[in-house]
Design a protein around this ligand. Structure first.
Ligand code: NAD
Length: 467
């Protein structure tokens, strides 16, 4: 079992790139600076290990993965300590410990999900079965917002289906990627899961490699488009979980106080740095002020600060680049005379990339804070009078990851939900993912699904045996 110190010691080096705590600016540790030659070596190791891994029975791989989940649970506090210091998210609340718990859950569920051979036709004349074979080597490329859980979402189903993996964490959160994979590797056979740390050029090398059979990518739409182009050499399979700008539509029959906390966490989970967070909220004129007031009351009472302080449930932005995006978009709202209900005024002299919890009301639906992804703690609340117009605005963007409808009438909510162009539409919650339920984007939020049976099939080669 690792302590925070022994795990950090196992993954850091004496000479390497400095990783700083975004809450304090303090040095956490140094990580190796891998090169494209290291990527090639990692791919070669994965390729060499794949036949033996694929030759194991499904039961044997499931047994490995259940032991991996046990190892995550045993080392949960050490993992959460690294995650909180590096990513900034607090230990407490739906943050670091919650994310590590998610890593164990998203390991046990794919391990426990059967994927038997499917008999697709058996009519006396034709007999056809569908099998799901390994693809080979999967390249797994992650962002910095949920760096451990997303790594698990990519690697565990891949391993379950008999593939080996080359994992590349975001350059902003390499310690989190190294730490979770180190814990996995205390259980897995040598070469099955390989990690390289560095920037986009290492990701590009993975995507170009003809020894990589599938890329699981989570990150921005811009990088996703580059991956589509670069992956054509060997017709690589792709699962792309890309950016979003999720709309939430409140209907006029809700009790504002009853939904306020759900709205808050839908928008501000991980301090807003969540792909499928509520990023623009549409509220009817008839209850607009009540919803804004109820949300402001909840939001104003959520402590933000250093993640190691147990009382905090919101943290800093992970990096300066994202801090600047949020600051620019809130400034755009202020410049257009939108109403700042809460926050909007960061303390530039304080250490860390803290941007205060911000609610912006009476904002033009075309304002940059509405139509661009803020990926941080600033929620625009748009007033509407005609539900048709709100649905039209919700669908007006070229992304469609998630969406939500808030109503006390479930049937009415489901009718509106069916008209929202998004991979998932939640009713009376937002972003509440579940390892059994497939998740993926519509439009430029990507393609392919993760989780559940669909997620296992996505990292396998379907093969029909007929006759
Ligand atoms: P990003 O696209 O900048 O980086 C993601 C990863 O891609 C990093 O590991 C990076 O090094 C790598 N990369 C960069 N250039 C590459 C290239 N040419 N080829 C291969 N890999 C390359 O994204 P980010 O800023 O880390 O993440 C934030 C974005 O991710 C947001 O838009 C957010 O909405 C999205 N996101 C989506 C989901 C989802 O499930 N759909 C989940 C989390 C985040």
């Amino acid at each position: 079992m690792f302590t925070f110190e022994s795990l950090l010691d196992a993954i850091t080096v004496d000479v390497g790139r400095e990783i700083l705590n975004p809450a304090t600016g303090e040095l956490i540790g140094r990580v190796p600076e891998h090169t494209t030659a290291d990527v090639d070596a990692a791919i070669a190791r994965a390729k060499a290990a794949q036949p033996a891994w694929a030759a194991l029975s499904d039961e044997e791989r499931v047994d490995y993965l259940n032991r991996v989940a046990d190892a995550i649970d045993e080392n949960a506090e050490a993992l959460a300590g690294i995650l909180s210091r590096e990513q900034g998210k607090p230990l407490n609340g739906p943050n670091a410990r919650f994310e590590v718990g998610g890593c164990a859950a998203w390991t046990r569920v794919p391990a426990g999900t059967p994927l038997p051979v499917e008999v697709v036709v058996d009519d006396g004349e034709t007999y056809a079965e569908m099998h799901y074979r390994p693809l080979g080597v999967v390249g797994a490329i992650t962002p910095w917002n949920w760096p451990m859980m997303i790594a698990i979402w990519q690697s565990i189903p891949s391993l379950r289906m008999g593939n080996t993996v080359v994992s590349k964490p975001s350059e902003y959160t390499p310690l989190s990627g190294l730490a979770i994979n180190h814990v996995l590797n205390t259980v897995l056979p040598e070469g099955v899961l390989n990690t390289v740390v560095g920037g986009g050029e290492l990701g590009a090398r993975i995507v170009e490699s003809e020894s990589i059979d599938k890329v699981m990518f989570t990150g921005s739409t811009k990088t996703g488009k580059k991956i589509i182009e670069a992956s054509s050499g060997n017709v690589k399979r792709l699962t792309l979980e890309l950016g979003g700008n999720d709309a939430g539509i409140v209907l006029d029959d809700v009790d504002p106080k009853a939904i306020a906390e759900g709205l808050f966490w839908g928008a501000f989970i991980n301090t807003g740095q969540t792909c499928a967070a509520l990023k623009r909220l549409y509220v009817p004129d008839s209850i607009y002020d009540e919803v804004v007031d109820a949300l402001a009351e909840v939001a104003g009472n959520m402590p933000m600060g250093d993640g190691l302080d147990e009382q905090n449930v919101l943290g800093p932005l992970q990096n300066e680049m994202q801090f600047n995006v949020v600051a620019r978009l809130v400034q755009a709202a202020k410049d257009a005379n939108a109403r700042v209900v809460l926050g909007g005024d960061p303390d530039q002299d304080a250490p860390g990339f803290f941007y205060p919890t911000t609610l912006i009301a009476d904002i033009d639906p075309q304002n940059a804070l509405v139509v661009e992804e803020q990926f941080g703690p600033a929620l625009p609340i748009i007033r509407y009078t005609d539900l048709e117009e709100a649905i039209e605005q919700a669908n007006a963007l070229d992304v469609g990851l998630g969406g939500s409808v808030w109503s006390s009438d479930r049937d009415r909510a489901r009718e509106v939900a069916a008209r929202i162009q998004a991979g998932t539409v939640w009713i009376n919650s937002h972003g509440t993912i579940n390892p059994f339920v497939p998740f993926g984007g519509a439009k430029q939020s990507g393609y392919g699904q993760e989780f559940g049976v669909a997620g296992l099939k996505a990292v396998a080669q379907p093969q029909v045996i007929q006759g």
